[in-house]
Design a protein around this ligand. Structure first.
Ligand code: PAP
Length: 344
């Protein structure tokens, strides 16, 4: 329903050929953005964030312009293989952790010891790149040679409906991790402050809160994002595994076993008896990963890798949100999730 295909963009282009290009939104000058995308953007609802960066609403979600280009490239070019695994999340919901756990699960037949593990030489985001932000960022036909070993592991922050056309006939698997909205918001606030080299001040918290409530935030609205995967999981639980950050914290053993089973690589009795479940959990713990040199130095997509690790606590929002903020978010979430069977 939301879908606006590339051939429609060409139609817009034809309609707008006489338009003065100066009327196009100001930050489409990024040379990664094609002329067709610039023209599409000029037709979309737009919004400006607290840093004066522009977002546009495409198929119900808000994207910065260069991310939209990646989404369009993905939609135009991605062809899933049956064995593909896609790790999906709303930003700041546990993506890094889910990536590390999945890599460790898939790797365990190849690297039974942790001495030369891929997670020691790269950040989880480097090992499992984002489809729209990394792989398809510049082109709809990227070189996928580095994904030659199967299964291919990808990640995304796109909502389910943005991938629907590409994936609808494929048996490939999707794992979605969701997190309590209030903790996600706080994690966003800290991350936003860190990447902009600012103190996490109240003014930034208030603007992040407002953007969450209005839904006018990168990849938002968050409830549409979560619901898109929740509904798909209800329709086809063999295709989409719906995980929760809080459950992963509360009963990590049960959740990692659930993940392994869904991915088709359950733990054997021998592995369990030998303590491998705990070893993987320990290796992928925030404490261990954040302490690795590979995550303390270097950057990923211009972001210091250390910023992907903070406290990782459930309920940290209680330290920062006022009762009014808490009530407002609770009311919005309750209203938006009503009737879905999903609760926070
Ligand atoms: P991303 O969207 O930028 O990839 P994402 O990994 O989804 O971020 O979320 C970051 C949160 O996960 C941080 O939460 P916090 O701000 O509340 O602390 C981060 O600390 C937490 N996190 C990162 N790695 C782990 C891990 N190994 N175990 C548990 N939580 C983790």
């Amino acid at each position: 329903m939301f879908r606006l295909k590339l051939n429609h963009i060409i139609l817009y282009k034809n309609l707008l050929t006489n338009m003065d290009l100066k009327e196009l939104p100001s930050n489409v000058g990024d040379n990664k953005i094609s002329e067709e995308t610039s023209i599409l953007i000029s037709t979309l609802p737009s919004h400006t964030d607290f840093r004066a960066n522009k977002l546009c609403n495409y198929q119900g979600s808000w994207y910065y312009y260069n991310t939209l280009q990646g989404v369009l490239n993905f939609q135009a070019g991605f062809k899933p293989q049956d064995t593909d695994i896609i790790l999906a999340s709303y930003p700041k919901s546990g993506t890094t952790w889910l990536k590390a756990l999945t890599v460790a699960l898939m790797e365990r037949s190849k690297s039974p010891s942790f001495d030369h593990h891929p997670l020691l030489s790269d950040n989880p985001h480097g090992i499992v790149p984002f489809l729209e932000i990394d792989v398809y960022h510049e082109s709809s036909s990227p070189n996928l040679a580095k994904f030659s070993s199967l299964p291919r592991l990808f990640s995304t922050h796109m909502p389910m409906h943005a991938m629907h056309e590409n994936l609808k006939d494929s048996p490939c698997k999707i794992v979605y991790v969701c997190r309590n909205v209030k903790d996600t918001l706080i994690s966003w606030w800290f991350f936003g402050s860190a990447i902009h080299k600012m103190e996490p001040n109240r003014s930034l918290l208030e603007s992040t809160f407002k953007a969450f409530c209005n839904g006018t935030i990168y990849y938002g609205p968050i409830w549409e994002h979560v619901l898109s995967y929740w509904r798909r999981c209800l329709e086809d639980p063999k295709k989409v595994l719906f995980m929760r950050y809080e459950e992963m914290k509360e009963e990590p053993r049960g959740q990692i076993k659930r993940l392994a089973e869904f991915l088709g690589c359950p733990f054997t009795k021998e592995e369990e008896d030998n303590g491998l479940v705990d070893e993987i959990l320990d290796f992928c713990s925030l404490r261990n990963l954040s302490g690795l040199e590979v995550n303390q130095t270097k950057k990923f997509n211009k972001v210091d890798r250390k910023n992907f690790f903070r406290k990782g606590e459930v309920g940290d929002w209680k330290n920062y949100l006022t009762p009014e903020m808490e009530n407002r978010l609770d009311m919005i979430i309750q209203e938006k999730l009503q009737g879905s069977g999903l609760k926070f």
